[in-house]
Design a protein. Structure first.
Lengths: 256, 248
């Protein structure tokens, strides 16, 4: 029976080794991106599954997020007779924070979980071993195209989320509550600078990497048993949510 | 053809292989038998480096595959075809695309040539016309045959079969055995079968080896093996509950 300190030591070693394996997995996926054969078709396929198939849920969440921001923003700003700042408040909040974070949450729930489940199921049913045995590297075939597709899809989905949310807030603030359309858009134009858009873009790219990296790693290393698929899916979704929020704080503090 | 020398493998505290020594003759079918959980599949997965041993060597020809780089290992792996226990077909692809997969990935053949080879392979295993189906739409026996077609389409020098009849009824199991024999007669590959389908598997085996307690306790031609006086072998092949193997 190991001592209390022995158990802490073992836990620390296991977790450090786990983190090392996770980073090596990512490095390996990047290294394989530069080795032939190029997997353009697979990248396009995964852009479709990560990007196109998440579009409806991203648009829907964007519309309602924008509408809530319009409503809350209007009643908060009215207390200070500052309704005309609604456009700039909504745009800054969405472009810098809510757009990248909420669209990343949607993609994690919609596609990340499916990605982890699919790879875990392939692991359990020996399909990944079958790829190795056919002299096909599974990281190059299964992981690298997904990571590249995530890097391409996330900024596009975030941009769509941003636009839809800003128009959602416009519908509530301008059409329903009577803020002037001119002040809504001119306030936005005056307050939003390129750095705000860049910050949202960089966040969305990094979230695309986090989601595909974590979900692929968890799926790829699922325990080889029936419960392994469920375990990999749950762990990947929870870890993605936490990592997105933690990384978002660091990005915000660096880019403010 | 394949030589296993003092192979050891552990998973956590479980020491599964404890110094396996085995020679697999070229052009012959060798069957490895042993009780459930004895490490047969673990041993098989070392033969094409799907698992890395803790200690010991696996020679394919004169190359020790435990010491090869990734690219050199891939070259060696192209000599192998593997029929996995559950067939391990890629379930996002049709059976046709599964069989075409190794040709598309590891050769420079044009699509019309690939089509010809795939259709020929599917016909050989009795799956002509079933190529458009997905793995989830076919029976266990059809999956095994599709897995066999995929493994054989690259004309491997060595074929590994991981419990090829598990989960099949006796008739389907027999048909898979006959198919393996037929394919062996056609392509003369070196075959390694892991099975506890006794005595049926003896009909298609040139040589038998038995794995128990992490080592090979008996190996020889089928006739020699069946005449073995080793009490563990005798108990196992006759399916007796009394003897040196603790059943419960």
């Amino acid at each position: 029976m190991p001592s209390f300190f022995g158990q802490i030591g073992r836990y620390a070693i296991q977790n450090t080794a786990g983190m090392g394996r996770t980073f090596l997995f990512l490095l390996s996926a990047f290294a394989w991106a530069f080795r032939p054969p190029a997997r353009f078709r697979l990248i396009v396929h995964h852009v479709r599954t990560i990007g196109v198939e998440s579009l409806s849920v991203v648009i829907l969440s964007g519309v309602f997020t924008g509408m809530v921001m319009g409503l809350q923003g209007y009643y908060s700003l009215r207390k200070f007779n500052a309704e005309n700042f609604l456009g700039s408040a909504v745009a800054l909040g969405i472009l810098r924070e809510l757009g990248p974070v909420l669209s990343a949450f949607m993609v994690t729930g919609r596609t990340g979980s499916a990605m982890a489940a699919e790879l875990a199921s392939m692991k359990v049913s020996e399909q990944i071993d079958a790829l190795y045995s056919m002299a096909v590297n599974p990281i190059q075939y299964l992981v690298t195209p997904r990571i590249i597709a995530g890097l391409i899809s996330m900024p596009l989905l975030t941009a769509i989320f941003d636009v839809v949310a800003i128009y959602g807030a416009y519908v509530v603030g301008v059409q329903l509550l009577g803020v002037s359309s001119g002040s809504y858009f001119s306030g936005m134009e005056l307050s939003v600078v390129f750095k705000d858009v860049l910050s949202g873009f960089l966040k969305s790219v990094s979230f695309g990497l986090i989601i595909t990296w974590i979900c692929c790693y968890k799926g790829f290393n699922a325990p080889p048993m029936a419960t392994g698929v469920g375990q990999a899916t749950t762990e990947s979704v929870v870890l993605c949510f936490v990592m997105i929020l933690v990384w978002n704080y660091f990005m915000t503090s660096v880019m403010l | 053809m394949i030589r296993v020398v003092d192979l050891h493998k552990s998973f956590g505290r479980q020491h599964v292989l404890r110094g396996v020594n085995l020679e697999l003759e070229a052009g012959q079918i060798t069957t490895i038998i042993g009780g459930s959980g004895s490490g047969k599949t673990v041993l098989l997965k070392h033969l094409n480096a799907l698992l890395v041993p803790d200690r010991g060597n696996v020679f394919v020809g004169d190359r020790d595959i435990t010491k090869l780089s990734q690219s050199a290992l891939n070259e060696v792996r192209r000599k192998f075809g593997v029929l996995f226990q559950g067939a391990a077909l890629l379930d996002s692809m049709t059976i046709y695309d599964n069989v075409a997969f190794p040709l598309r990935e590891t050769t420079r053949l044009k699509e019309p040539e690939i089509e010809k080879k795939v259709n020929e392979s599917l016909a050989q295993v009795g799956l002509a016309g079933a190529g458009y189906k997905f793995p989830a739409e076919v029976s266990g026996g059809m999956k095994k045959r599709a897995g066999l077609a995929r493994a054989l389409v690259i004309r491997p020098e060595i074929m590994l079969f991981d419990e090829p009849t598990t989960g099949l009824d006796p008739l389907l199991g027999k048909s898979i055995h006959q198919l393996i024999r037929k394919m062996h007669a056609t392509y003369s590959f070196t075959g390694v079968i892991v099975s506890h389908d006794i005595p049926e598997v003896f009909e298609i085996s040139d040589r038998i080896a038995m794995l128990a307690d992490g080592v090979i306790i008996e190996a020889g031609t089928t006739e020699e093996f069946l005449a073995s006086q080793n009490p563990v072998v005798k108990q196992f092949i006759h399916g007796e509950t009394e003897g040196p193997i603790a059943v419960l």
